[in-house]
Design a protein. Structure first.
Length: 211
C-alpha cells in the first residue's frame, strides 16, 4: 500500500516536469531538466545500483566524446547507457562510420554490451529532433500514468519516430511498456533493448530498495 501511495504521489510531479522539459530542450537534455523532487523519487526506485548509475553517466559522456572525435560533424550519434549496456542511435554516412562509432564505445571501460541502431542516412534536422524529444516526453508521461509500470525503471530514446526502450524489467513489464509506447501519437516503431529480470528478483528489489 505504501508503495502504491508513493507511486501515485510521484505522478503529478513527473508529468509536470517531463512536459516542461520537452518545451525547453532536445532529446538528451530532457532528464537534466527534471525537477529535483522527481529526480529524488526516481533515484530511490532505480533498479540499477548507484555504481551502475554513475558508470552509465560516464559511459554516455565518454562515448559521445570519443565518437565526436572520430567522426566529427559528418555524423549525428547519440549514446545512451542503462546498466552498462550502451545504445547507439542517430545517423552516419556509411557502414564504416557505423562500425567506427561502435568500436569507440565498446572500447570504454565498463561497457558490457552495445546495441548499434545507427542509420545510414543524411543528418536529421532541428524539427525532427524536436519532434523526437516531444515523443520521448509523452512516452515517459504515459509510463508514469500507467498502473503496474514504474517510470524510473525505463530509459526512453527516440530517433526519427522510432522509440527505443531500455531498462531492467520483467517480461510482463516489458510487454506492457511496448504496448503503451506504441499507443503514443507520432511513434512509428518500438524497439526493446531490455535487460530482463525475473518476477522474484523484482519482488526482492521492491522489498529491499537501493540505499
Amino acid at each position: 500500500m505504501i508503495d502504491g501511495m508513493f507511486k501515485k504521489a510521484a505522478r503529478p510531479l513527473a508529468m509536470i516536469s517531463l512536459c516542461c522539459a520537452a518545451v525547453v530542450s532536445l532529446q538528451g537534455c530532457v532528464e537534466m531538466m527534471v525537477g529535483s523532487a522527481v529526480i529524488g523519487t526516481f533515484a530511490a526506485t532505480d533498479r540499477r545500483t548507484f555504481g551502475a548509475q554513475t558508470e552509465d553517466k560516464s559511459i554516455v559522456l565518454k562515448g559521445e566524446s570519443r565518437v565526436a572525435r572520430a567522426l566529427g560533424d559528418a555524423a549525428h550519434v547519440n549514446v545512451s547507457s542503462f546498466n552498462r549496456r550502451a545504445l547507439l542511435t542517430g545517423e552516419v554516412a556509411d557502414e564504416q562510420a557505423k562500425a567506427t562509432a561502435e568500436r569507440e564505445v565498446r572500447a570504454i571501460e565498463g561497457v558490457q554490451a552495445v546495441s548499434n541502431e545507427l542509420q545510414i542516412s543524411g543528418l536529421s534536422n532541428y524539427s525532427s529532433r524536436s519532434s523526437d524529444a516531444l515523443i520521448t516526453t509523452k512516452v515517459k508521461a504515459s509510463f508514469v500514468d500507467t498502473k503496474d509500470l514504474y517510470g524510473s525503471a525505463f530509459k526512453v530514446v527516440t530517433e526519427a519516430g522510432v522509440v527505443y526502450l531500455m531498462g531492467r524489467v520483467t517480461q510482463r513489464e516489458g510487454d506492457l511498456a511496448g504496448e503503451v509506447a506504441r499507443g503514443v501519437s507520432g511513434v512509428r516503431q518500438v524497439v526493446k533493448v531490455f535487460d530482463y529480470i525475473g518476477e522474484a528478483e523484482l519482488k526482492e528489489m521492491t522489498a529491499s530498495p537501493n540505499k
